[in-house]
Ligand binder design. Structure first.
Ligand SMILES: O=C(O)CCC(=O)C(=O)O
Length: 279
């Protein structure tokens, strides 16, 4: 499986619409890859909390539409990173959803905003979305502004493999990855806006999630400095044996990596540690 990891750099001076155009062009350049991955919140800004409400969109808003077109033009499976999703109250139905004062079962705190990853197929169709479960900020930032996702999401990859979806801070919660493993995942895709201050945790935890679950980890971080926070870069592709197949530096960079998915099965057979779990 040929994978392109697009470590996008941005600052505060680039308007969101210009960034969407620039990144869509970068995605189109990745034709020939099977899977292309973008970072968390690269369009609205990972730490641009004050702008999030204004930049929030439904999944089929301008960011989603541009990514769908880019995936189709490149003929790739595109993990388009995440957006601030503005949900529609009552969108999923239910007894009280959409009624005045009624509860939307998908918006537990009623904000109707989520940090939502989008995956588009080579025909441009939305094939999966994942709402970030663990919100970063310890009472401010995401927990204050966004609702938490609740659903585990795995998505089909070429070659009969399944990828589990998670986002940034989720990487600190190993139980999430066990649940994805139990859902059949052999790959974890993790877009992030992980700060430089804790980049050692980012590389360490990506390796740990790969080794403990015998899964490939495709982890796409952000570069540059925005909203006063320097991003850590170091996007990485880690094999199921825990080897770094590719590791980016701190600037904008594209990693193009051939991932041998048969090696996951071979490793799990040679070293069948997952069979010794005590549940
Ligand atoms: O866990 C961390 O250190 C960073 C997490 C983060 O920046 C995020 O989830 O947006």
């Amino acid at each position: 499986m040929r994978v392109a990891v697009l470590q996008v750099a941005y600052g505060d001076d680039e308007p969101m619409s210009a960034r969407v155009e620039r990144v869509a062009a970068l995605v189109r350049e990745q034709a020939g890859h099977d899977l292309v991955v973008l970072p968390e919140l690269w369009a609205p800004g990972g730490f641009s909390y004050r702008e999030w409400a204004d930049r929030a969109q439904p999944v089929d808003g301008s960011i989603g539409s541009a990514m769908s077109a880019a995936a189709r033009d490149a003929g790739v499976l595109l993990h388009a990173g995440s957006i601030i999703e503005r949900g529609v109250p009552g969108e999923t139905g239910g007894d009280t959803a959409g009624e005045p004062g009624g509860a939307d079962p998908r918006s537990s705190e009623g904000r109707h905003l989520w940090n939502t990853s989008l995956v588009f197929g080579p025909d441009g169709a939305l094939v999966a979305s994942y709402r970030k479960i663990h919100r970063f900020g310890f009472g401010s930032g995401e927990p204050k502004l966004l609702d938490a996702g609740e659903d585990i999401v795995v998505v089909d990859l070429p070659g009969n493999h399944l990828a589990g979806l998670s986002t940034c801070y989720d990487l600190r919660f190993p139980e999430l990855y066990r649940r994805q493993l139990d859902a059949g995942a052999t790959v974890f895709v993790v877009p992030a806006a992980w700060p430089a201050a804790r980049v050692r945790h980012w590389t360490l935890l990506a390796h740990a999630r790969a080794v403990e679950n015998q899964c490939v980890v495709i982890a796409c971080n952000t570069a540059g400095t925005h909203a006063g926070t320097e991003m850590g870069g170091h996007s990485q592709v880690i094999s199921a044996t825990g080897e770094a197949l590719a590791m980016a530096g701190t600037a904008e960079e594209v990693l193009s990596v051939e991932v041998d998915m048969d090696a996951v099965t071979t490793w799990r057979t040679q070293f069948p540690v997952l069979g010794d779990r005590r549940l």
